[in-house]
Structures are given as C-alpha cells and as structure tokens.
Write a protein that binds this ligand. Structure first.
Ligand SMILES: *Cc1c(COP(=O)(O)O)cnc(C)c1O
Length: 221
C-alpha cells in the first residue's frame, strides 16, 4: 500500500495552524483510500453523496466524524441525518425544516452550517449573503437543528488570490451574525477553502478547511 496519503496528511496537519480543523474530502475515493486517511489520523470525513457516504460509513463507522458537504436534496434528508454529524450545506429554510422533522423522529440535534453563495453566482447553491441573517433567524427557531456557523465554496479561479474577496466578505458576515447573539445559534465554525485556496481562506479567518486533492491526488472521476 502506498504511503502517499499518509505522508500528505501528516504534512498537512503540521502545516495547518492550531484551531483550524481539517475536513478530509472523500468524494470519489475508494473505501481503502479513506481508511488509509483515517489511519493516518484524520478526524473528520467530508462527503458529497449520501450513497457513497453510507457505503464507507458502514466500513469506517464512528471512529471519525462525518460532514455532509454536497448539495442536499429533500428526498435524501432522511438518510443523511442518520450517518452525518454535521450538515455544512443548509441553503434554505425548507431543507432546514426537513432536517428538523427527520431529526425529531430519531431524537437527534443536528449541527449545521449555512452555505453562503458568496460570489452571488446564479448556478451555485447557497444563500445569497443579504439573506443569510433572515434564514438563520428562521432556522434558529427549530429545536432539532443547531446553527454553528457558515460555509462557502466561492467562485473558483485559476489564482487562489482571487478567492480572497469572497472569503473576506463571508468572514465579515460571520462576525456580524455572531455579534447578534441569536438564541440557539452558536457561530463557531467558518468553513472555507479547498486544495487550491485554503491558504487564503485561513488568512481570511477560516477555521474549517475542506481538502481532497491535496491528500488523495487528482480525482479521476
Ligand atoms: C470537492 C470539494 C472540496 C475539496 O476539493 P479539493 O479541491 O479536492 O480539495 C471541498 N469542498 C466541497 C464542497 C467539495 O465539493
């Protein structure tokens, strides 16, 4: 078995500043690769697809935390709330209500992040920045969901530096909402940055980074 994954993870964990959490993004990776990552010491796995997550979750189990980072469809929520410890991509009150209902049925409180469409891109999911406060206030009323911060992908560019404005704007929004001290909302996590731009995201205040390629290599699928 190749040691490459382990080496990449150890390098990355050394490099990340204290207080920055690594979400190891497992989309399209084999269970073997993911197990290697877990054995190298990663604590959180990020998955974009429910079916893929269930398959790997069955093997890896609760040795690690599971974050959902894909686009969540209403008809998948029932399954998502079973295997995930956090849903980072809540982008509407409607999907939050579905999470609420499904979590109530299994007696669980789901930590969530609200996904921000920080670049206001028409084709991207996420709440437009100007609507985030309103959406959070509505979700805050739901007993089986706990808002714990914001997540953004941001527009993707060739140059990482170009991501800075959307990260900086998301940080400002995060701080502003934190100051509101909304009941049942605990603004702790700011999830931004992937392989190409996590350095910039950390400089702009991210304390969760979601990284796949830097760990596992280029995706073939
Ligand atoms: C795929 C993905 C990542 C990781 O991307 P890499 O460039 O492979 O590090 C992070 N966040 C989300 C939402 C993703 O879909």
């Amino acid at each position: 078995m190749s040691e490459k994954i382990k080496t990449n993870i150890l390098e990355l964990l050394t490099e990340l500043p204290e207080g920055v959490m690594l979400v190891t993004v497992a989309k399209s990776r084999s269970p073997e690769e993911i197990i290697q990552a877990v054995e190298a010491g990663v604590k959180i796995i990020g998955e974009n697809y429910i079916q893929e997550a269930e398959r790997v979750h069955a093997i890896v189990g609760n040795r690690v935390k599971w974050h959902f980072i894909g686009h969540l469809q209403k008809n998948k929520v029932k399954r998502a709330v079973v295997c995930f410890d956090m849903i980072e991509t809540v982008d509407s009150v409607e999907i939050a209500r579905e999470i609420e209902n499904r979590c109530r049925q299994i007696n669980k409180v789901m930590p969530v992040l609200v996904e921000v469409n920080s670049g206001r891109e028409t084709q991207k999911s996420g709440v437009p920045p100007e609507d985030v406060e309103k959406v959070i206030r509505e979700i805050a009323a739901l007993a089986n969901i706990k808002v714990e911060g914001l997540m953004t992908v941001g527009p993707l560019f060739d140059q990482a530096e170009q991501s800075r404005p959307s990260f900086a704007a998301t940080r400002q929004l995060f701080e502003r909402i934190k100051k509101l001290r909304i009941q049942n909302v605990d603004m702790r996590y700011l999830s931004m940055g992937m392989t190409g731009n996590y350095h910039i995201a950390i400089e702009e205040g991210a304390n969760v980074v979601r990284i796949g390629t830097r760990i596992f290599g280029e995706r073939v699928k």
